[in-house]
Design a protein around this ligand. Structure first.
Ligand code: E4P
Length: 217
C-alpha cells in the first residue's frame, strides 16, 4: 500500500519524508489556506521534497476554469497530480486532462457509483472520504470495500486513495479493504510506528542486555 501525507506543512513533510516511507502528498484548499502561502510556491516546494505524486486542487467549479487551473497547476512540476471535485464539471474536466496525459485525483467521493464514474472519466486516483462518512454516522470503510469490488469487477485501473483518514485503525482497515493508497495527516503517520508492547518489549530487552555487561561493537 502506498502512503501519502495529507498536508501542506513543509516541516511535517520533511520529517516524514526522512523515513523513506512517504510515496506522495495530497493537499486541498483548506490545507493551502492553513499554510498561509501562495499555492504555486508551496506546491513547488513539496514537489521538490517528495518525488511521488503531489495532488494540487483546482478551485474553479466550471469545466473551462478547471481546465485552465489544472493546466497551470500541472505546469508547476512534473509530479503534480491535478485534484478535481466529483461533480459533473469535474468529471468532464477530468476526462480532458487525462486525455492530455495529466494524472487526475478525483476528490470528495462519497459513493461507489461516483467512483465508477470517475474511473470511466480516466481518473488516476479516486479519493473516498472515510472520516467524513463516519462523522455523518455512515460506515466509511464499507465504501472502500464497495469501490474495490466495482473496480475489480470491471478491471478499472483507477487507484483507490483512502482519504479523510483520521486514525491508525482507519489506515489498517483501508489496507485490509484493498485500498491502493491512503492519505493520512502527519499525526496519524507518526502514530503508525507506535505500539505499547513494542515499547515495553524493547525496555525489557535493553534492561536484560545491560545486565550482561557486554557491548556488540
Ligand atoms: C484528501 O485528499 C483530503 O485532503 C483529506 O483527506 C480530507 O480530510 P478531512 O476530512 O480530515 O479534512
Amino acid at each position: 500500500m502506498q502512503i501519502f501525507l495529507d498536508s501542506a506543512d513543509i516541516a511535517d513533510l520533511k520529517a516524514a519524508a526522512a523515513t523513506g516511507l512517504v510515496d506522495g502528498v495530497t493537499t486541498n484548499p483548506s490545507l493551502i489556506a492553513k499554510s498561509g502561502r501562495k499555492i504555486a510556491d508551496v506546491i513547488a516546494e513539496i514537489c521538490a521534497l517528495i518525488p511521488g505524486p503531489v495532488s494540487a486542487e483546482a478551485v474553479a467549479t466550471d469545466v473551462e476554469g478547471m481546465l485552465a487551473e489544472g493546466r497551470y497547476l500541472r505546469s508547476i512540476a512534473s509530479n503534480v497530480t491535478v485534484k478535481l471535485p466529483l461533480t459533473r464539471d469535474g468529471l468532464i474536466a477530468c476526462r480532458t486532462l487525462a486525455a492530455e496525459g495529466t494524472p487526475v485525483n478525483v476528490t470528495l467521493c462519497f459513493s461507489a457509483v461516483q467512483a465508477l464514474l470517475a474511473a470511466k472519466a480516466g481518473a488516476t486516483f479516486i479519493s473516498p472520504f472515510i472520516g467524513r462518512l463516519d462523522d455523518g454516522g455512515h460506515d466509511g470503510m464499507e465504501l472502500i470495500r464497495e469501490i474495490r469490488q466495482v473496480y475489480d469487477n470491471y478491471g478499472y485501473e483507477t487507484r483507490i486513495l483512502a482519504a479523510s483518514v483520521r486514525t491508525v485503525g482507519h489506515m489498517r482497515d483501508a489496507a485490509l479493504a484493498g485500498a491502493d493508497c491512503s492519505t493520512i495527516p502527519p499525526s496519524v503517520f507518526n502514530a503508525l510506528y507506535k505500539h505499547p508492547l513494542t515499547d515495553l518489549g524493547l525496555a525489557a530487552f535493553l534492561k536484560d542486555w545491560a545486565s550482561t555487561g557486554q557491548s556488540i561493537l
